[in-house]
Design a protein around this ligand. Structure first.
Ligand code: HEM
Length: 491
């Protein structure tokens, strides 16, 4: 089956779903001229019933998005860090599919909004699909998956008003100081990219690479846009969101149609496993970056997008990405957020697309095949015909390899302990403060104005004060200016 699906033949008659020729596609069959419609008009009933079932549930987050196919080319030898085959030889190319998205908006929402952008990448490797489900931000708002549903509820529509509410957003962020770094990032200039082409992507989490000898490395991925970073101001975005709600989706499709293939330079930061325990930050904390001075990014490849999907529903809406889709030589880290995500995505796919979501053309492996004893469910293929559907068996079939995709890592302590291992500079504010201090004066002004404009909308003083207090802890000047700006707006 082709990835795109077959285009419908332009010759031959219109037919029903069962293939019978249709005589009249303009008029329902009535009882006499102008009479009521007959139940025997099965074409009408089939069309209405089919139409009612066209939609599948939209993604609970990242519902709004656009995707494209392309190629990843390895440009550096990383075989001493990972045994992943698609990363084994300089010059090697791997087909990819990348879906960009916003987070909070619904399927039909505008693209030009202040929100992180999803950067979900599927590598169709010869050892199975490797999904790197990242964002355009190197960090995140929270560091434990158990807080994710609460966090997202505050970003989405309030149960009573049906709108996103400043109260909910700032109440949660104020009470979750670990969000300060990401919120500083989000309300800065990069919080509204001009297009999907003009932003970076990040794997965000720390992942495990392991080599042939079984040595472990901790890795962070960066995708640096070759188009250059371009952002929209809040005012530009407000206008664009109204004038052209599909701005990002259109930009991506049209650039590829023009043959202007967007590309990203791929870099990794690599930490030898032994460094993790004594590093100045918890290296598995998703609210922190690894400063480049500590672990300089190494260029390893180039990602290019060069083919538009033919059918948005089949290839973008039904595409599924899971942080649990690893290949030999790559695995998870103990990051608590990542651990939660290992479960959440497959579960979402089974609900949203069905248990055979991974069999759809856009999702199935392209450079190898899935071979196992899972069977049946709603499927479009023969599900392995007469082959035995159990294992072990005496008739042959796929067998386990005996080698795990990733290496075991040491653990200690007792179950139920909530404290993370402590590191010298672990706190919720130091990197937010560093980010603020890195900004130019004009950037700081826009950051403070963007934050104040939103914080000023909350209904309770205590919520505003708690929100400001987090930024004050990050940097005294940041806090002072923000407090003044909020007060000026609240009067
Ligand atoms: C989509 C859960 C954190 C990036 C989703 C979906 C779920 C989910 C259920 C919808 C999946 C689907 O229906 O196909 C979670 C949970 C998280 C979390 C439980 C925290 C514990 C993150 C983080 C990132 C991220 C930290 C980025 C670093 C994405 C992206 C998508 C997505 C890019 C859209 C994937 C696509 O294009 O289909 N998330 N998420 N999420 N999430 Fe997360």
């Amino acid at each position: 089956m082709s990835v795109q699906g077959e285009a419908i033949s332009t010759t031959g008659p219109l037919t029903t779903e069962s293939g019978a020729p249709v005589a009249d596609n303009q008029n329902s069959e009535t009882a006499g001229i102008g009479g009521p419609v007959l139940v025997q008009d099965q074409l009408l009933l089939e069309k209405l019933a089919h139409f009612n079932r066209e939609r599948i549930p939209e993604r609970v987050v990242h519902a709004r998005g656009a995707g494209a196919y392309g190629t990843f080319t390895l440009t550096a030898d990383v075989s001493r860090y990972t045994r992943a085959k698609f990363l084994s030889e300089v010059g090697k190319q791997t087909e990819v599919f990348l879906r960009f998205s916003t987070v909070a908006g619904n399927l039909g929402s505008a693209d030009a909004v202040r929100d992180p952008r999803g950067f979900a990448l599927k590598f169709y490797t010869e050892e199975g699909n490797y999904d790197l489900v990242g964002n355009n931000t190197p960090v995140f708002f929270i560091k434990d998956a158990v807080k994710f549903p609460d966090f997202i509820h505050t970003q989405k529509r309030d149960p009573y008003t049906g709108s996103q509410e400043a109260d909910n957003v700032w109440d949660f962020w104020g009470l979750s100081p670990e969000s300060t770094h990401q919120v500083t990032w989000l309300f800065g200039d990069r919080g509204i990219p001009a297009s999907y082409r003009h932003m970076n992507g990040y794997g965000s989490h720390t992942y495990q690479w392991n080599n042939e000898a079984g040595e472990v490395f901790w890795v962070k991925y960066h995708f640096k846009t070759d188009q250059g970073i371009k952002n929209l101001t809040q005012e530009e975005a407000n206008r664009l969101a109204g004038e052209d709600p599909d701005s990002h989706q259109r930009d991506l499709r049209e650039a590829i149609e023009r043959g202007e293939f967007p590309s990203w330079t791929v870099q990794v930061q690599i930490m030898p496993a032994a460094d993790a325990a004594t590093y100045r930050f918890n290296p598995f904390d998703l609210t922190k970056v690894w400063p480049h001075a500590d672990y300089p990014p190494i260029e390893i490849g180039r990602l290019e997008l060069n083919r538009n999907p033919d059918n948005i529903f089949a290839e973008v809406e039904q595409s599924v990405f899971s942080p649990a889709h690893f290949v030999p030589g790559i695995g998870p880290s103990p990051d608590k957020m990542l651990q939660g995500r290992l479960f959440a995505y497959g579960d979402a796919h089974r609900y949203r697309v069905g248990i055979n979501a991974d069999h759809l053309p856009v999702n199935r492996p392209h450079a190898t095949e899935a071979r196992n004893y899972n069977r049946d469910g709603l499927a479009y293929d023969g599900r392995h015909g007469r082959s035995k559907n159990y294992e072990p068996n005496s008739f042959g079939g796929p067998e386990q390899t005996g080698r795990a995709l990733w290496q075991p890592v040491p653990v200690s302590g007792r179950t139920g302990e909530t404290a993370a291992p402590s590191h010298a500079e672990d706190n919720d504010f130091v990197q937010a403060g560093n980010l603020y201090r890195l900004m130019s004066e004009e950037e700081r002004e826009r950051l403070v104005a963007n934050l104040a404009g939103f914080i000023a909308k909350v209904s309770r003083e205590e919520i505003a004060e708690r929100a400001v207090a987090n930024f004050r802890q990050a940097d005294a000047d940041f806090g002072k200016r923000l407090e003044a700006a909020v007060q000026a707006l609240r009067g």
